[in-house]
Design a binder for this molecule. Structure first.
Ligand SMILES: Cc1ncc(COP(=O)(O)O)c(C=O)c1O
Length: 393
């Protein structure tokens, strides 16, 4: 076999829909030598991680854990446990991740019914209420931050009221909001929520936050059939993450180290300050994009600070722009998805990337890329507009 070279990934600035820039302290935590998953020293790490997760989710839920795996594992843990064969779940149809929820509901033996809204728009709580009346669901899923479109779902308390008036449970995907965009699990009456590490928490993927409230835990405890996934069965996982601390599977020790450090950073900064930082730099990024001649896909009231979807000037192919940004300027952004795949790009502003340097570097690289492709624009216009936005606040 030919020798395999030493690993030397390119030095990219990660400003796409995730993974985001990793904080150096998180990287150092990943490099800490592992101990055993039942070592008392690791049990302390587990306790810290759960405590920090609760404060980041703004919840007192006992069942609050990092699920081993990426955001989809936490998503599947939530759905596989909350949905029993024969159950109905109402899920949104306004983005890619609502479709993934629907697929997981079907695989759990349930029926998925939609709340309709066009891609690029949030759900209307009145439509959630109508869907509850029509389908009488056991569970209603909502994507708080739709990474495929850049839509932030406003009116979460009104949605929770609609769901609870029908005695259903509210499950929320906050993969692209947790730790960066206002999210209040208990105050908003959310029954279960899951997230990912590699977005606003700025931690490499692999251990993913999940919280489950008392009503949802009661449904899980009273299931008539066992959860179809052994690995993600929360009643089994409770043996490890609950009081007993006994073996279920070998936790990804270094992922938990990294997540703990990422959550410590949230705690040090203060969650509300962090939400404000994401808004400030998300706003500056947007101003820069519009100054370069891109156009917002999402209306101002539902725009996600952590991810902006922007239409390119006519005639530009998003894939080609993304490639040039990567290959010539070492900046990762992404193309649009679904409805917007051929017309828009998605630019992230998450965690350690939601800062002056990364935002200005991204706008500078995009300005140059547009000029490289013959667009008649001042390549520094985006940077200038972002700087003005930042100085106004
Ligand atoms: C809103 C949303 N939900 C779920 C996921 C799935 O997470 P992962 O890719 O970490 O499995 C993602 C990933 O981008 C996401 O953005």
């Amino acid at each position: 076999m030919d020798p395999v070279d030493e690993l030397r990934p390119p030095d990219r600035l990660l400003m796409g829909p995730g993974p985001s820039e990793t904080h150096p302290r998180v990287l150092r935590a990943f490099g800490t030598p592992p101990v055993g998953h039942l070592d008392p020293a690791f049990i302390d790490v587990m306790d810290d991680t759960q405590r920090l997760l609760r404060s980041t989710f703004r919840t007192d839920n006992r069942w609050t854990i990092p699920v081993s795996g990426t955001g989809s594992a936490a998503m599947e843990a939530a759905i596989a446990n909350l949905v029993e064969p024969g159950d109905t779940a109402v899920v949104p149809s306004n983005g890619y991740f609502g479709d993934r929820m629907a697929e997981m509901v079907r695989r759990a033996g349930g029926t998925a019914e939609p709340v309709d809204a066009p891609w690029g728009e949030p759900l209307d709580p009145a439509d959630v209420r109508t869907a509850c009346a029509e389908y009488d669901p056991d569970v209603v899923g909502v994507v708080h931050a739709e990474t495929s479109t850049g839509v932030l779902q406003p009116s979460m308390p009104a949605i929770a009221d609609a769901v609870h008036d029908h005695d259903a449970l509210l499950l929320v995907d906050c993969v692209t909001s947790l730790g960066g965009v206002e999210f209040r699990a208990d105050e908003w009456d959310v029954d279960a929520a899951y997230a990912g590490a590699q977005k606003c928490l700025s931690c490499p993927p692999g251990a993913s936050p999940l919280t489950v409230g008392e009503a949802a835990a009661a449904k899980i405890r009273n299931r008539e059939t066992p959860v179809r996934s052994w690995y993600l069965d929360l009643s089994e996982l409770d043996a490890y993450w609950g009081e007993d601390r006994s073996y279920h599977h070998t936790a990804p020790i270094n992922n938990v180290y990294g997540l703990r450090e990422a959550l410590r950073l949230v705690d040090e900064e203060g969650i509300e300050t962090r939400w404000a930082r994401h808004e400030r730099y998300g706003e500056a990024l947007g101003e820069g994009l519009w100054a370069l001649g891109l156009e917002p896909v999402v209306d101002a009231g539902a725009r996600l600070p952590s991810l902006t979807t922007a239409r390119l000037p006519a005639g530009l192919d998003p894939g080609t722009v993304v490639e040039r940004m990567r290959d010539a300027y070492d900046v990762e952004i992404a193309t649009g998805l679904g409805t917007f795949a051929n017309e828009a790009v998605r630019v992230g502003c998450m965690g350690h990337g939601a800062r002056r340097g990364p935002v200005l570097e991204t706008l500078g690289a995009l300005g140059e890329t547009l000029v490289d492709f013959g667009v008649d624009v001042d390549p520094g216009a985006g940077v200038a507009a972002a700087v003005t936005s930042l100085r106004e606040e």
